[in-house]
Design a binder for this molecule. Structure first.
Ligand SMILES: CC(C)(COP(=O)(O)OP(=O)(O)OC[C@H]1O[C@@H](n2cnc3c(N)ncnc32)[C@H](O)[C@@H]1OP(=O)(O)O)[C@@H](O)C(=O)NCCC(=O)NCCS
Length: 219
């Protein structure tokens, strides 16, 4: 029988390797090697506001989650903490803006077809981030390696992140999910989260009730 372990990873080399080869989400995927090294060493391991969780099955890496309580301005904070990376970060930011513009320009009005209608509540307002620095947790990225997908590892990672937040007294956790990412939306549902389809099409995932309850139980 296989055993799953979720740990808050403190191994800089391991985190750097994951950021370099497996982290496929913007903006981190476009960071330079040096920026990723700094992210791994001075933030993922040393910054208590950043949480890098690793899922292992029988000792094998199966997935990871990168979250934090720094709010949506996380990369500005990272740039001001690490001014030597500011130029390359500004470049990544500019490329991302151009890329987003091209994607929006190309994309037809999209709908999530593979989810039953009642699984996504529509909210008639643009995508919001509820958290600011310190008052809420944000899941930046959760990834399960292809050979381990479909085994509910992501929901376990998400719940483990919530537990970390409860431990830190953070009452609220949220995430942004691409509207086409049905697997991710399902994983958040399985972790007990609510998901909302916003006016701009993006999906806002939120777990206020669960985390609030945990914080109350905790203290
Ligand atoms: C999204 C992701 C993290 C889900 O992880 P997971 O551990 O496979 O999650 P689950 O096992 O709960 O499965 C969630 C859904 O994925 C789909 N799924 C199941 N098996 C799958 C497989 N082998 N391959 C791809 N998707 C699969 C199913 O729709 C499933 O929902 P269901 O169980 O209600 O049918 C994972 O697919 C992944 O790493 N994707 C690439 C990175 C990504 O998109 N991350 C999310 C951005 S925030």
């Amino acid at each position: 029988m296989s055993s799953m372990q979720i740990l808050r990873c403190q191994d800089v080399e391991k985190i750097f390797r994951i950021l370099e080869y497996d982290y496929t989400d913007p903006p981190v995927k476009s960071f330079t090697r040096n920026t990723k090294k700094t992210l791994a060493s001075s933030w993922c391991v040393k910054n208590p506001n950043v949480c890098f969780l690793l899922a292992e099955i029988d000792g094998k890496e199966a997935g990871f989650l990168f979250g934090h309580i720094l709010g949506p301005r996380i990369w500005r904070i990272f740039a001001s903490d690490n001014p030597r990376h500011a130029v390359s970060l500004a470049l990544v930011w500019a490329l991302q803006r151009i890329n987003r513009f091209i994607t929006v320009w190309r994309k037809p009005v999209a709908t999530v077809r593979t989810l039953p209608k009642n699984e996504l509540v529509r909210l008639n307002r643009p995508f919001p981030w509820g958290s600011t620095w310190g008052n809420g947790g944000i899941i930046e990225f959760v990834m399960v390696y292809p050979e381990f997908r479909g085994c509910s590892i992501a929901p376990v990672l998400i719940e483990a992140f919530e537990s970390e937040m409860v431990r830190m007294g953070v009452p609220y956790v949220e995430a942004h999910v691409s509207e086409h990412n049905t697997a991710s939306i399902r994983a958040f549902h399985k972790a007990g989260w609510a998901t909302y389809r916003m006016k701009d099409g993006d999906i806002w995932a939120s777990s206020p009730d669960q985390v609030k309850r945990g914080v109350e139980d905790h203290g």
